[in-house]
Structures are given as structure tokens and as C-alpha cells.
Design a protein around this ligand. Sequence first.
Ligand SMILES: [Zn+2]
Length: 417
Amino acid sequence: MKKAKDIINDINLTRIVMALAALLSLIAICLVVTRHTPSQKHAQQEHSSVVSVASGDTLSGLLLAQGLTHNDVNEIASVLKKEAGIAGLRAERDKLEFVRPNGNAPVSKIVVVPSPWRQVNLTCDESGSWKCETVDVERDTRAVWRSGEILDGDSFYLAGQRAGIPAGILIDVYDLLAFEMDFERDVRAGQKFWVLYEENFSDGNKIDNGNVLAVSFQALRGNVQMYRFKKSDGTIGYYDENGNGAIKSLKRTPINNAKITSNFSKKRKHPVLGFTRAHKGVDFRAPTGTPIPAAGAGRVIARSYNRGHGNFVKIRHNGSFETLYAHMSRFAKGVNVGTNVRQGQIIGYAGSTGYSTGPHLHYEIIKDGVHVNPMTVKLPAISNLGKADKKKFLEYREVLDDGIKKLERHPSLYIQL
Ligand SMILES: [Zn+2]
């Protein structure tokens, strides 16, 4: 008989699941234990064929080719739209499965798979009418941990890629850290970081990545740490290690990873005008056409042109803050005075209009009518935790931190959620 240690060595380490799920579910949070149930095999000898939707294919064309009548086609199209919200097929992405009770019988069931996590079953009953049922595909979610270090001449993005963090997750991490960090000034060689994020599996195959669950970065101003947490009212947010809201009402740097070319200062020699005057914002280098997201949710109070700012947009946010974005090449469609915008919504595109030496974004934050330094102003959190939620968060964080400590020692393991 093999010793336990040998067996563990035999099952490649990457296959070992950490038994954290039970602990995590005990404290009734967003983590759910999923159990895999084998799909039931049909007893009858059904006949099934799968058709991949190609460019130029239409739903009616594909259905008629399977011997369905025009009446069937109309009914199926209407039931799909009404019950499953599917109005058309996507070429090179969607697949249709046609099932017949036997090889010669008419189609009695059609399976449409609009996403890896959703399956729509259309079945024909004895009276000949079609019914639609949507089934959520069971997913097996694992939390994986990746860590990296900034090297000389590195960017966070390069270091993240080297650490094996997928591009989509890195973009989410950027968006989160941008509330606390300035990637231009806070990133130095030797800094370490890690990310805990979800990978979704179906039948043992990885399908896609999920959410960022926690992130840590050794910034110059101190360690920045954030955790994803679901409040008792169901809203999900990110919080620092003490349970303070990590998502701020405004972003210091609306464009991720943009180099600062000129800082906020009370006195600066103007590059175009030549004389000394205050620089009331921060300049970010950005090629013409770079999308400019709103730093926070708010209402557009100006969308205009003047000689200094060129094309600019000004947004009033909740509370006492306003932001201004200047030198745009053009405005985003649908953004007008009075438009309510979301945080991150594209309001315009970088350019060099007005007094400007080259394409860049000039970004200002105005607090109670006074221009403030976007890099240092204290920004309010969007959502803080109440007493009860804070207690739950701290318990959750402790459990998660324990798991993360184990992953630090064995990075090829994962947490089963
Ligand atoms: Zn400027």
C-alpha cells in the first residue's frame, strides 16, 4: 500500500483542492459550494446533429433545412425572443443541436447555446406547439492565486503577464488599484503584488475567468490591499483590509496606465503661452483618439470649446466635486449638457485642441469650487460597510487570508468556491 505522502505526490499538486469551501460557506457570504452532478444519459436512442452558425445563416434558413415547417419557424422565433431574449444568431459563435426521437422522425427538440453558461431547450409537445426552457449550465469556480514582482524598466502590465495573470483580469486589477495608486509614480522595481481571481470550469474544462476576489500591491505609499465582498443587501463592492470602501467616487487617473507629463502646481511656465501661471490639473500623455472615461458618476454640466481647453467636458459629481477633461479631439456620442454618466463611461477622445503642445488629457478636480491636486486629494468612498457587515467582512477576510497564506506556499493549488 502507498503512503499518503506518495499518493499526494502522485496526484499532480495542481489537482489538489483546498478544503476552504466549507469554512467560507459557514459565514454565509457570497461563496457557494458547488457540487458536480453527472448529467443524465438518455435511455432512448435519440438522433442528434449539431450545426455551427456560419456567416449568412439565418434562424429560419437553418430550421427549414432541418425539415421544420414555416409555422414551426415562426413559433420558434417568437418563443425564443419572448422566453429567452434571443432575437438572432451570432455567426461563428452560436451552435444549434437538433434532436429527433430516431433517425427519420421530425425534429422534436432544439438546443441553443447562447453562452457557455446558458442553454436554451426548445421542445415540441404532442399538440405540435413549441416550448422554451432556459437552463443555467453548472459552473465549477476556483479561486487561483498569482504573484509577481516589478523588475527594472517594467510596467505593472508586463509583470502581471509574466506572473500568468490573464489580460482581462489585469485590466480589472488596474481599474481597482487606480483608486489608490498612480501607476506612473507609485511603481518601482522590487515591488511585489498578488491577485486572487476566479476561473470558471465546466465539465473539467476551463471556460473563462470570473471576478477579482482580492488584490495586493506593495505601493510606495504603503501596501494597497482590496477584497471583493457582498454586503447583506446584496450589493458587491471592494474594501480595504479594514473594511473601508476601496471604490472611490472619483478616479485619480481616469486613463489607466497613462504617463503623467505635467503635474498639478500652483506655478508653472506654460508650454504654449510662455509665461508662468498655475497648472490647475494633471496632464496625461494619450494618443489622439484614446477614449476618456468619466472619473466618477455624475451629470455633464459643460460640453463646450474655449481657446485654452479646446473641446472640454465638465461633470458635477455627487457632493462637492466636479471634474474637467480638456483638449479632446471629439466628444462621445450622446454626451451632452445634462447627460447623466456612469463612472468609467466614455465621454470623449483625447486630442490636442486648445492651447496644447501635443495630444494629451488635461484633467482637473474641483472641490467646493477650488482646484485641488488629483493625485493627493482625499476622495470619498462610494460605499462603506455598516457595523454588522463590517464584522462579517473582517471574519471573511480572516478566512480568505488564511487561504491566501496557504496559496503563497503552494501557488499551484486553488480554492474551491
Ligand atoms: Zn494641463
